[in-house]
Structure formats: C-alpha cells, structure tokens
Design a protein around this ligand. Structure first.
Ligand code: GTQ
Length: 369
C-alpha cells in the first residue's frame, strides 16, 4: 500500500487533482508515494505453474493450433496474475521485465522463421529430434540443452524426429515493449535453407576452454547451444567445494568470446541443490523464473511455501525473500534480469539475518494441477 497523507483527503486538493487531469497534467504530491516506494514493490506476484497443467494445455493446444494455421509458434506463456492481462503494462509478462513460455513442436511441423529485436533463449525439457535454425545453422536440441537466439537474427524451428518436443522460451519482451524498442519481421519464405553445417557453432567451441582466434573480438552469438553434459560436468566439478549459501552449486551461461552473460539482457543459470542442503533466505533487486529440471522440494517466497517437482515452473518477483529446500538432489534452471539491473546500476541484495536465515512459513501455495 502506498502511503496516505492527510492532505489527500482534503476536498480542495481532491478537486484540484481532478481538474488538472483534464489538461493531461498530474500532481506529484498525489503520485509520489506510489511512484517512489521506499523499496521495490513489484506488481508481479510469486506464482507456480505445474508440469501436469502445462502438459495438458499443450496437448489441447496441439489440437487447436497448428503452426500451419497461424504461421506462428505453438507457445503458451506464463501470465503473472499480478500483472494485467492484455494491457500494455503486464501483457505476457511473467515478471515485470521477462516473458517465459512453453513451446510444443510435433514431428514434421515447422515453426516459420522470423526475426525481432527481443533476445531469446531456450531450455530444452522434453524430447529430441527438433532443431532451431538460426541464421542458416540448424541446431539440434536435446533435453537439458540451453540455447540462445540473439536479437535480430533469423530463426525458425523444424522437427525431423518422431516424438513431441517441448521447451521453455524466455525473452525480454516486456522490457523491450516498455522502452519502445520493438521490431519484428517475418521471413519471406517459410523457413531458412541451411547455409552452414549442422551444429556449426557448437563444433567451433568443442574445445570448451579455448576460443577460436577469430572470436578474440567479441561477437554476439559465437555459441548457440550449450549442451547439458558440459553444464552437468561443470556443476559436478563444483561439488567438491563449499556450496554458495544462497544458491547452492550454481553456474551461469556465458558468451565465451567476451565472458559476459550469454544473452545481454537476461542471465541464465543452472544450479544443483543437493539433498539435505537448505539455502539461506535473501532477496535481491532482480527477478527470476525457474524451471525444475530434476528433483523435488520447495521454495519459501515471502513466507509462502511453493512445493515443486520436475517440470514445474515458478517465478520470484523482485525483492521477494526466498530460500530453497530440496527433498532430493535437484537441478533448477533459471532466467533472471540481473544484467538489466546491473546495466542500470540498481542491483542490491539483502540477507535474512534472523532465525539463521530461515523464513517463517505462513501459507502454502496451491497450484492448478
Ligand atoms: O520460438 O522464436 O515464446 O519468437 C516467443 C517469441 C518463442 C520463438 C516465443 C518467439 C519464439
């Protein structure tokens, strides 16, 4: 709740406030408590979408919407209930800055190529045999792979396998929308023809620790697919050391030509929370969207318990207290807007000092299943 001041109830103030609005003017003395909260008060709320619900709705969508029918992707996005559906402010927002969705592609289908000024990333959750084609490179996707589609590059998807394929999309749509930077263009012919060897960028970076000499000067997307095996090995290597008290064993996907985050506007992490390890509660300016890649457990967000298991998605808005409690070894994939907050020099965090960093649980979230 925004602060209330006594003058806000005075009739002469109210009348004047109303009157100047006719001239498209606004009184700061009315607005400031809501405009300038003492600490971040996101409109986004903590929320969780279950694996069962998503699988059910995607299979229903398969009957209703084919990429042929609309020339678009069969993606269902996570609409944060705290943000306003179909209003410019909040439409298709999972947190205030980020959009995420699940996308289903069936064998033989094609999601037509297009390009846009939003950056995209994908995390593969189910199946194999589909590829994304980015600037003429077919990149085949498997469970656990992380992929980027940098802004303004042509991209479409095709499926030459025999099982349905599902993945998570995350884009900076709400951010680009709100700053007025949106450009979009469909590809002239349904989908690009390959112009490079399949999995080209992944092969160029197969050294892992070294970069091709041509990439000394950073390029946008030298590596398109970050294979699960490598991520898993990197995390396993970390488990010989002490876990981070707030995030366990966590790694960030980076652009290997410049060491920055793989997408310039979105951070992406994979973290292992070993069984028996409980993170300490903290909160930070950036917001996060999680996908449970493996395992089960719960996360306490602002005192509310969110139980999760493989395939569930949940979001933690800005400045919300949170701690994770895995019931077994659990891998969480996540996307955050930390790079945006850092670009504005706004990132801050605070650790919960009382009760040894454990929140008191005051409620349990009931997800649609
Ligand atoms: O697959 O290219 O969920 O362009 C939203 C926008 C997916 C995609 C989304 C996109 C895509």
């Amino acid at each position: 709740m925004a602060e209330k001041h006594a003058y806000m109830e005075d009739q002469d103030v109210k009348d004047f406030t109303k009157e100047i609005q006719e001239y498209h003017l606004g009184p700061l003395w009315e607005a400031i408590p809501a405009l300038m909260n003492h600490t971040p008060k996101p409109h986004a709320v903590p929320y969780l979408w279950s694996d069962e619900l998503l699988k059910k709705k995607l299979s229903e969508a398969a009957e209703i919407f084919t990429p042929d029918r609309g020339g678009e992707r069969r993606a269902i996005y996570f609409q944060n209930p705290g943000l306003t559906y179909r209003q410019p402010w909040g439409w298709a927002s999972t947190t205030q800055t980020l959009y995420a969705a699940v996308q289903l592609l069936l064998p033989g289908e094609v999601a037509p190529s297009h390009r846009h000024s939003q950056s995209a990333l994908r995390f593969i959750t189910d199946g194999e045999g589909a590829y994304t084609i980015v600037e003429g490179e077919r990149i085949f996707m498997q469970e656990g792979d992380f992929l980027i589609t940098p802004k303004n590059l042509w991209h479409g998807h095709g499926h030459v396998g025999d099982k349905p394929m599902i993945w998570m999309d995350a884009l900076d749509i709400p951010t680009i929308y709100s700053i007025g930077g949106t450009f979009f263009e469909p590809f002239p012919n349904k989908i690009e023809t390959p112009t490079r060897p399949d999995n080209f960028s992944e092969q160029r970076y197969s050294g892992g620790m070294v970069r091709p000499i041509n990439d000394r000067y950073s390029s946008v997307a030298p590596l398109a697919n970050y294979k699960w095996k490598r991520t898993e090995d990197a995390i396993k290597g970390l488990t010989r050391f002490e876990p981070d008290p707030y995030d366990g064993y966590a790694v960030e996907y980076i652009n290997p030509s410049n060491g920055q985050t793989a997408n310039p506007t979105m951070g992406a992490w994979m973290q292992l929370l070993p069984k028996g390890f409980r993170t300490k509660a903290h909160r930070h300016t950036h917001s996060t969207i999680y996908q449970v890649h493996q395992g089960s457990g719960y996360t306490v967000i602002n005192g509310e318990r969110f139980d999760w298991k493989k395939g569930d998605y949940f979001c933690i808005p800005n400045w919300a207290w949170h701690e994770h409690v895995p019931a077994e070894d659990s891998y969480l994939f996540s996307v955050n807007d930390l790079p945006i907050m850092e670009r504005f020099d706004l990132e801050k965090s605070q650790n919960l000092e009382e009760n040894n960093g454990e929140q008191k649980i005051i409620g349990e979230f009931k997800a649609f299943r």
